[in-house]
Ligand binder design. Sequence first.
Ligand code: NAP
Ligand code: GDD
Length: 344
Amino acid sequence: MSKRALITGITGQDGSYLAEHLIAQGYQVWGLIRGQANPRKLRISRLASDVTFIDGDLMDQASLVAAVDAVQPDEVYNLGAISFVPMSWQQSELVTEVNAMGVLRMLEAIRMVSGLDKSRGGGGGGGIRFYQASSSEMFGKVTETPQRETTIFHPRSPYGAAKAYGHFITRNYRESFGMYAVSGMLFNHESPRRGAEFVTRKISLAVAQIKLGLQDKLFLGNLDAVRDWGFAGDYVRAMHLMLQQDEPSDYVVGTGRIHSVRDAVRIAFECVDLDWEDYVAIDPTLVRPAEVETLCADSTRARTQLGWEPAVDFRELMAMMVESDLSQASRERDYGDLLSATSW
Ligand code: NAP
Ligand code: GDD
């Protein structure tokens, strides 16, 4: 019989790639969808028509219990979050509610539906396996390079602090109730489906618009920030693998290769034969109150124990994103496409 997976954050970048991957593996996939007439539902239906939607919100405990009870999943992937770091300074409480308390609520939903008794602990763990979308942002002001599973956390944003809570509460439910609950400590991963507010997509969209004469300048913040950027389609394979092991464990997932924002801009402009220095300007308001200067993954455990390897390198990734935005923007220019250039 095919396995059943419930994905929160189904309308996001990772939710879409994970749904496609699981469906290709023969899973039945449910996606938790929040709000009334969520416009992003249509995007997922277009990409993965086999996904079944179920209502729920990480802010609402009862809705999560009802969703888990209705789906009776073998695996739950908790990808839902407010994922844009700057928003976590503007709406710190909301981000903490969704990104930290939301994890606790999802774990509680699984515990309740599995009938695990809080007063006893230990437990058989129940049958539902849980994946939490942890983040390299937890390493923040890094204490060692590259970062691995044992590297100390020093979050630099309310987002990072909330993710650290989600990480530890996931481990705590594993240790307290014997749940198969794991965290993937994923480094930045991008794609043509990345939100337009994140730096790589902001760059690829601008490069496309500039090439077509639709935009003059690209305003950015800190060009010196360094990230370990990979392709989202590669990273969802790691999520799935983490739930297929004999023993639950947390894994760092990244490429181990680093680039600065300046490198990203240069490479993206090179894709369309333009010199980035003619177009990029700094907007100091885009510089963050506390920056994560550099992140670099040591994914040795994921490579050796999960057999995971990334397939797309950074240059290919930027080229893929620029190409996609170029074809979308030219369609929009030529045919007045009803879809905006940021949609997929
Ligand atoms: P994304 O594109 O921003 O998607 C976020 C998803 O969370 C959306 O589907 C959104 O749904 C959903 N969501 C927001 N608030 C919710 C709520 N209250 N209840 C239920 N769902 C809610 O993010 P992503 O890039 O796919 O990332 C997936 C996860 O991995 C996130 O948890 C993120 O923090 C984490 N992560 C991402 C990266 C990365 O580089 N991409 C790296 C490390 C960790 P709506 O359509 O309803 O808004
Ligand atoms: N977004 C953005 N916009 N970032 C800029 C800009 C700009 O105009 N200019 C410079 N940057 C720098 C940021 O200061 C940051 O150092 C870097 O580019 C990457 O920013 P984002 O793409 O917004 O991603 P992030 O690293 O803050 O967070 C992403 O990765 C995390 C994993 O490390 C998100 O996907 C998080 O949800 C994820 O957990």
